[in-house]
Design a protein around this ligand. Structure first.
Ligand code: GLN
Length: 472
């Protein structure tokens, strides 16, 4: 197997045994990045920084200095995390040329653990989307091909589509993502890799470009569950710079995976929510879900039927709460402080209007309009307050469900990867992609997507595992 396709766990083992160096591993990733430019994963690559990081890691290993948990591992960063001295765009024109003076807590923790920075990967603009087709830097392409129509370009999911495609194509060994309504779990499923969104408050949001602050959570993509565990424990932890960061110990999840599947699963109670058996679910998705249930039973899990009665309100509540918070968060992009400013303004109003009018893309502008509408004096009670009430009911659904089971198993997405024109005509079609994922953000619980099988067309499908708060 080529070095760039190794798991993080395996690569660390080989680096420790000096079977290859971090410089060699990094160069293999960079070759793959060059060979797969057609996927359009990276907005900014940082080749010199990567080689310097790798050399420093090799020196640490050679001189017996202390070695971090990700020492020498080449990683990609979603372009939503601020990186000191490296352009950070959030996939938007309005942040073109913005070079932060500071480093996000999540990425700082990665560099402290010895990770190698390959560069910044694309995402939907301000993380709004489910297909990575709203980025101002072009669409990202899924490395998977439809068996009967291999020339058809498929989406990698979104909003963290650059991260998922880069990991799936072997351009890096892991990548960061953010998940506000499914943006880690959905692209992980569509590209056949693992992705975890931890409990809200586990990973610091400091230095991450905000979309909807009460829902946003950083997380990880990798090619195995063990890799995700190791990577996640590296980026989580209390941060006094984020007032919503929880002061909780971070368990060493990577040590909890014994390698003996039966031992790990036996006796666990797995909940199957009846409300997730929706009409729009494809037969092949249902089949994969049934197979997942059967497999868990074989490993000794007990399957329990559960109910999450307010499920049908999750998507509407999300599409009120997320735009409301986004409209407020995005008010800061005024042409004065960050990145782009429209040229030759006639006066201050003209500068604001044209900067925001031309700096933001269509999806972002639509969400700002919805957000300001639901927050306006006349409609606040009818929409925003109602959605907040629903939020509490959805939260209670999960708290009650986890009295009956240890984890919940559902599909991650209604179907497999699709082409851009299949879903971009009707925004509601695209919003339905999140039907299984948004509830976890609304309730703040952790969720993961794991590869679970292929469709008849040879495309990956993922299953989602949801846990109780702090029970990653
Ligand atoms: N697809 C959802 C949206 O468009 C979720 C995005 C996300 O999790 N960042 O809002």
């Amino acid at each position: 197997m080529s070095l760039n396709n190794l798991t993080i766990t395996k690569a660390l083992e080989c680096l420790d045994k000096k079977e290859f160096s971090s410089v060699e591993l990094t160069q293999e990733c960079q070759k793959a990045m060059d060979a797969h430019k057609d996927l359009n994963c990276f907005i900014t690559d940082t080749p010199e920084r990567a080689l310097n990081d790798a050399k420093a890691s090799d020196e640490r290993r050679a001189t017996g200095k202390s070695i971090g948990k990700l020492d020498g591992i080449p990683m990609a960063i979603k372009d939503l995390f601020c990186t000191k001295g490296i352009q950070t765009t959030a996939g938007s024109n309005i942040l073109k040329g913005f070079v932060p003076e500071y480093e996000s807590t999540v990425t700082q923790k990665m560099w402290d653990a010895g990770a190698v920075c390959l560069g910044k990967v694309s995402c939907d603009e301000f993380a709004m989307g489910s297909a990575n087709i709203t980025s101002a830097y072009g669409d990202v392409i899924n490395p998977w091909k439809h068996k009967n129509d291999p020339s058809k370009k498929l989406v990698p999911g979104g909003s963290s589509g650059g991260s998922s495609a880069a990991v799936a194509a072997g351009l890096c060994l892991g990548a960061t993502g953010t998940d506000t309504g499914g943006s880690i779990r959905q692209p992980a499923a569509l590209t056949g890799i693992c992705g975890v969104k931890p409990t809200y408050g586990r990973a610091s949001r400091w230095g991450t470009v905000a979309f909807a602050s009460s829902l946003d959570q950083a997380g990880v993509f990798a090619r195995s569950v063990s890799d995700c565990a190791l990577f996640l424990e590296t980026i989580c932890g209390h941060d006094e710079k984020d007032s919503t960061s929880a002061n909780m110990n971070v368990p060493e999840w990577s040590k909890m995976i014994t390698g003996d599947v039966q031992k790990d699963i036996k006796g666990m109670k797995i909940g199957i929510p009846k409300e997730y058996k929706i009409d729009g679910i494809r037969p092949e998705t249902q089949k994969i879900w049934d197979q997942g249930v059967a497999w868990l039973k074989e490993q000794g899990a007990q399957i329990v039927d559960i109910s999450l009665p307010h499920t049908q309100y999750a998507l509407p509540a999300y599409y009120i709460l997320a735009p409301a918070e986004a409209s407020s968060n995005l008010a800061r992009y005024d042409g004065l402080r960050y990145g782009y400013r429209a040229p030759d303004p006639k006066n201050l109003d003209d500068m604001y209007e044209r900067t925001r009018g031309t700096g933001f893309g269509e999806e972002v502008k639509a969400r700002i309009m919805v957000g300001t509408y639901v927050l306006s004096a006349g409609y606040y009670d009818a929409y925003y307050i109602k959605a907040q009430r629903l939020r509490r009911l959805i939260y209670n659904d999960f708290v009650n469900a986890f009295k009956q089971c240890d984890a919940i198993l559902t599909p991650a997405t209604p179907g497999a990867a699709f082409s851009k024109d299949e879903k971009s005509k009707d925004p509601l079609d695209m919003y339905l992609e999140d039907v299984f994922t948004v509830s976890a953000n609304i309730a703040g619980i952790p969720g993961m997507s794991v590869p679970a099988g292929l469709t008849d067309n040879g495309l990956p499908l993922g299953l989602q595992i949801l846990g109780a708060h702090w029970d990653e």
